[in-house]
Every structure is written in C-alpha cells, then in structure tokens.
Design a protein around this ligand. Structure first.
Ligand code: UDP
Length: 318
C-alpha cells in the first residue's frame, strides 16, 4: 500500500513509518517540524519506499499518484506545547484534519485519525470506555487540544456518514518510548532527563494523579490492527496498567539509579489546571474487535526509553 502519514517525523509517526516500511508498504511522511524532527527519520533517508516532505497540513496538501491510506497524526499533543501554541493546536486539529480528510476523499483512501484520551477530559467514569462522552472544559487551557480532537472526531464521522469515506479513529492514551522530545515537558521525558542528569524529579502537586503508560511499539501494533479491521467506531489504544505519578517517579528512579529526593512542585502557570485526576483506558473494544492488547511491560519499555535518552544526552547523563 501507499500510505501518507501527517506528523511523520514525530515520535509516533516515525515509529509507524518504520513498521509500515518493514511490512513492505510505501510511506510519504509529511511534517512541518513544529514538534517533530528530521532526526527521527534520518535513518530512512535514501530508502526507496520512503519520502519525507516538509509541509504544514493546515495548508492544501498536494500528493501525486494514488494513496491507499492517510494517517493523520500531526498534532501538538504535549500540554506544554499546546499551552504555548494554542492556536496552531486548534488549527492542526480542525483545519489540518479537514485537509487530510479532503486528501483521503480525493484519493479514495482509508482515513485514520489519531485522537486522544483527552476527549474524555477530567473523567467522571473510570476506567474510560469509548462510549463515555467525557468531561471537558472548553474554555480552560487544555480545551484547545481537547476540543480540537473532539472536532476532529466529529468531522471524521461527518465525512464517513456524508461522503461515505472509510474511516478509523483511535484514541491514544499516554504513550512513551524512544524519540520522544527531551524537552516536551511531559512526565516521562521530564523524569527520565532529570534522573539521568542527577537532578531531583519534579512531582506536580502531591503526585496522586494517575496515568497508564503504553509503550510505542504496542500502540503501533494497535494502529496496524485497526487499519486491517473494518472498525469505524472509535477505539481506545492504551495500556490499562494504571499508577500514580509518585509510583511512576519511583519506577524511573529505580531503573536509572537516581537517588536524589523527589521535589513536590506547585506549577504557577496553567499547566496543572484541569489536569485529569485519573486516566486508564478500558480496552475491551480493542481486545474484542481487534484482538489487541499491549504486551510490553513498564520495566522493559522504560528501560528502552532510558537507554535512548542516555544516548541523546551523552555526557550530560550521569
Ligand atoms: N507531571 C509531573 N511532573 C512533571 C510533568 C508532569 O508530576 O515534571 C504530572 C502532570 O501534572 C500530570 C501527569 O504528570 O498529572 C502527566 O502529565 P503529562 O504532561 O505527561 O501528560 P498528560 O497525561 O497530562 O497529557
């Protein structure tokens, strides 16, 4: 198949590109490099079935020839990024999704939307099944991301219902692994970089909020299974292994050998406003309809991620 990935030089997009190429497909990766980086795809330079195009998906996308699949991953999914760049976040979720859908429709391609657990907001139902409609504050700081993805899901379903476009929607829960940006401000990268630099880990508030962390190869497996399925309803892709941020900090300390104290920080900006108190995917649908469940445990996944950051930080890493 010939597959276009928006956000193809990003953390998840580049791993998806690797996997699709391994399976014999051709990949066109487009990325405006706002948060993605050519470093993530430089090992693919010269690959005969891979092409990288620097382009912003909020602008008209022109692609010559046929396409079988469009995977729309372009986004600014890290809270520090979307708080800093709220308007580009809304634009890529709204205008970018519209352009990517238009491209898929013109090429009669399958359209796959990367959505998010943030569509559930600060959830009142726990764990979160796909038929929960969520608890999002539209005018809060996180609203720019959450609502852009909710809009993206709505317009995807409109193209499906009105234009008969074949579509898939996957809701990604906190995913981690090599190629995350060291400065993306998320808990995984903050803690690993702090630990490797011998600094104290910054636990926001009291560390009692929960997240469930999924290793990137498991997510990519789920995306491929969804691609091969006929499932047009949204599907959660995440690891149900839930833990508090405090427990997560301790796991990073243990695996890096960092022995500094944790510091409890009360961010003064809007970083933790409307921060979901709990998050854990109900993956019954993915299990039943795709035969998918994550396989990589935290120790293994974190080990690989720590190794990547050790290489990236070089002499800075203790
Ligand atoms: N967090 C933290 N310390 C950090 C960064 C994040 O305690 O240095 C917390 C944050 O407040 C949230 C959780 O970790 O409760 C996950 O945050 P992240 O930015 O990774 O992503 P989110 O799941 O909120 O989108």
């Amino acid at each position: 198949m010939r597959i276009l990935i928006t956000g193809g030089a990003g953390f998840i997009g580049s791993h998806l590109a690797d996997r699709l190429l391994d399976e014999g497909h051709s990949v066109i990766a487009i990325d405006n490099l706002a948060t993605g980086h050519t470093r993530n795809v430089e090992h693919l330079a010269g690959h005969e079935r891979f092409r990288f195009v620097k382009h912003d998906v909020t602008e008209y996308v022109y692609v010559e020839g046929e396409l079988d699949v469009v995977v729309h991953l372009a986004s600014l999914p890290s809270p520090v990024d979307y708080l800093r760049k709220p308007i580009p976040t809304l634009k890529v979720g709204a205008l970018g999704t519209h352009k990517a859908l238009g491209l898929a429709r013109a090429k009669k391609a399958l359209f796959m939307l990367a959505s998010t657990s943030e569509v559930y907001g600060d959830p009142l139902v726990h764990p979160q099944p796909e038929d929960y409609w969520g608890n999002v504050n539209p005018v809060g700081p996180r609203g720019v991301y959450d609502e852009s993805k909710r809009f993206a899901e709505a317009i995807t379903m409109a193209y499906h219902r009105y234009h008969g476009l074949d579509t898939r929607i996957f809701r990604i829960f906190n995913t981690y692994g090599p190629r995350m940006r060291v400065d993306d401000g998320r808990v995984v990268t903050n803690f690993i970089a702090q630990a490797l630099r011998g600094q104290a880990l910054t636990v926001y508030d009291d560390g009692s909020r929960t997240r469930s962390f999924c290793f990137v190869s498991d997510l990519v497996d789920g995306i491929l299974r969804l691609l091969e399925s006929n499932e047009t309803e949204p599907v959660n892709l995440g690891n149900p292994d839930e833990m508090t941020i405090l427990e997560f900090a301790q796991a990073v300390q243990r695996l890096t050998g960092n022995e500094t104290e944790l510091v409890y920080v009360q961010p003064t900006d809007e970083r933790t406003k409307d921060d979901p108190q709990v998050r854990r995917p109900d993956i019954s649908r993915a299990r039943e309809r795709l035969g998918w469940a994550p396989r990589v445990g935290l120790e293994d996944g974190l080990g690989q991620t720590i190794q990547y950051f050790r290489g990236l930080l070089g002499d800075e890493a203790a």
